[in-house]
Write a protein that binds this ligand. Structure first.
Ligand SMILES: Nc1nc2c(ncn2[C@@H]2O[C@H](COP(=O)(O)OP(=O)(O)OP(=O)(O)O)[C@@H](O)[C@H]2O)c(=O)[nH]1
Ligand SMILES: [Mg+2]
Length: 196
């Protein structure tokens, strides 16, 4: 699958701006700085479409990216970073919740840094949400270029256990930097677009 026509179609800073349900979409969620925006850029092959930063809290809105005819990729603000002011965290939390409740994405991609030993509280909350609302999701381990390949399997097993994942929920290992795992990620995205 290729997303060469990808373009940003809508940016929503508040829940009131969220559009009514449209074509299917795949939403990327995860801790701030985990690499959501970078992974979208890598998947669509456009280096500077989504803004990326070393500073956590780069994405502050819900960004709807039209990925060719297939559907939307949705970039969301991250959660859980201590250096982000509390008021901003609350506002983004409300926005993410409103997005998930109202749009019920065909697939959620929960991103976790492959180097982290344990999922965060926010990650666990996300899984609980996906399960409660019976929305399909898959775990994606980011920044795989930062861990020797021989340790990927152990990291994946740890996350699968901690999040009690089913087989089709991953996790898969990816790297926006090396391109590792992107084909598998795109297959997941295609599946999400096809899910009502
Ligand atoms: N080594 C490596 N670094 C990465 C990779 N993906 C992202 N990064 C770096 O991680 C940092 C955060 O990336 P972003 O894509 O902005 O992360 P985000 O999850 O969108 O963050 P928020 O918008 O704050 O929620 C940047 O410095 C990226 O260059 C990767 O695959 N490998
Ligand atoms: Mg971002």
């Amino acid at each position: 699958m290729r997303f060469e026509d990808a373009r940003i179609e809508r940016i929503c800073g508040t829940a009131a701006q969220l559009p009514p349900p449209g074509p299917n979409e795949v939403a990327l969620v995860g801790r701030s700085n985990v690499g959501k925006s970078s992974l979208i850029n890598a998947a669509v092959g456009r280096r500077r479409l989504m803004r990326v930063s070393r500073e956590p809290g780069r994405t502050r809105e819900v960004v709807f990216l039209r990925a060719a005819r297939e559907g939307y990729l949705v970039d969301l603000p991250g959660y859980g970073f201590a250096r982000v002011p509390l008021a901003a965290k609350r506002a983004w939390g409300r926005l993410v919740e409103a997005y998930l409740a109202r749009r019920a994405p065909g697939l959620g991609l929960l991103l976790l840094d492959i180097r982290r030993e344990e999922p965060s509280e926010g990650d666990l909350m996300m899984v609980e949400w996906f399960r409660r609302y019976e929305r399909p999701f898959a775990a994606v381990l980011t920044k795989a270029d930062q861990l020797p390949r021989g340790r990927w399997r152990g990291a994946a097993d740890r996350v699968a256990r901690a999040l009690e994942l089913e087989r089709e929920e991953g996790p898969i290992a990816v790297s926006a930097r090396s391109g590792e795992g992107l084909e598998e990620l795109k297959r997941l995205i295609a599946r999400g677009f096809a899910t009502p």
